[in-house]
Design a protein around this ligand. Sequence first.
Ligand code: SF4
Length: 378
Amino acid sequence: MIPPPLGAYLHIPFCRQRCDFCAFYLEIHREGRAETFVRSLIHEIRLSTHQHVTAGRPVQSVYLGGGTPTVLAATQLVEILSEIRTALTLTPDCEVTVEGHPSTISKQDLVQLLQAGTTRISFGAESMDDGDLTRIGRPGAVCETVTAVTQAREAGFTNINLDVMYGLPGQSLGSWQQTLTRCITLEPTHLSCYALTVEEGTRLASNIQRRQSPVPDEGLQIEMDEAAQQILSDAGYERYEVSNYAKPGYACRHNLLYWTNGEYLGFGPSAQSYLAGTRFGNVADLAIYNTSLAESRLPIEDRSRLSEKEQLRDAVIFGLRLIQGIPTHRLHQHATNYGHTAVTAQLLAEQLIEEDGERSRLSARGRLQADTIAGQLY
Ligand code: SF4
């Protein structure tokens, strides 16, 4: 029997500075610590693929995220990609994504990444309005995003994603619509549109607490979500998940793997894995990560084997995010398994989950509360 395809995720835990809203695990980039990390990461790839016996399993997607992978030198990224190709069996059409911040990449870097087999480049644009960027403490300017996309295309990339956010402090419906329109003129193949969420411990959360920043307006976020749906579908993008739109044939294969409960192996501090019914995660601490690998120990902190019921729970929670949804009987089976029948009935009555015939999915309002609903169904 051919084993099911696998994905690989590599967490590059560095940025030049932390944006006000960001709660990801990361450190401020310094050349010395970055080089130590690259050595550890390469060691981890070898150890992990050996111990988890991935030999021969086809890998359909590789994703370098973070953090900001492109704060590393292009030569370091190329070395990491080359190690991945040696340690894993990539399918001929494997999707290889590198996330980048527009101001941390040159055309020469892009050419090197393309030559190293990167098939998809993803830029964290966040907004196409300089005022929005300033208000969320995101370094860089809109013109850098325009340059990065232009250079990526000149370098030969045909699959380009832009990440943008809505519900930002001071952002109006009009300025969000303008961000979308400006993105469309750059002709990306994929757009990820994230509603701003306020994460505990971030500078944004403390700004809101001190009344220096407004609380996100849920009503406005719903209007912005609807505007994105309208503007992007008019421009030929298909919505396929809560936050994701793609031109036909360009849905992100790696993200689809997560939402369809597929298996993946994670590398780097804080990276998560799901393999053979077991979830496990790396320690979110670069110093402990490096020490562990210097002693040739995998830096795994948590490990939990999922029962069949838990596997169904995860498949339901992730699958509801997809516009294609999940078979309705699986939602009800999960509700019965976990004693969630009353909660599920309530979510249906409130039209946060919608059932159409055989399939169930989050409704437009439900999509804005996706994390809360996931918590209720857990
Ligand atoms: S660039 Fe991205 S990963 Fe880095 S701090 Fe900003 S949002 Fe977070």
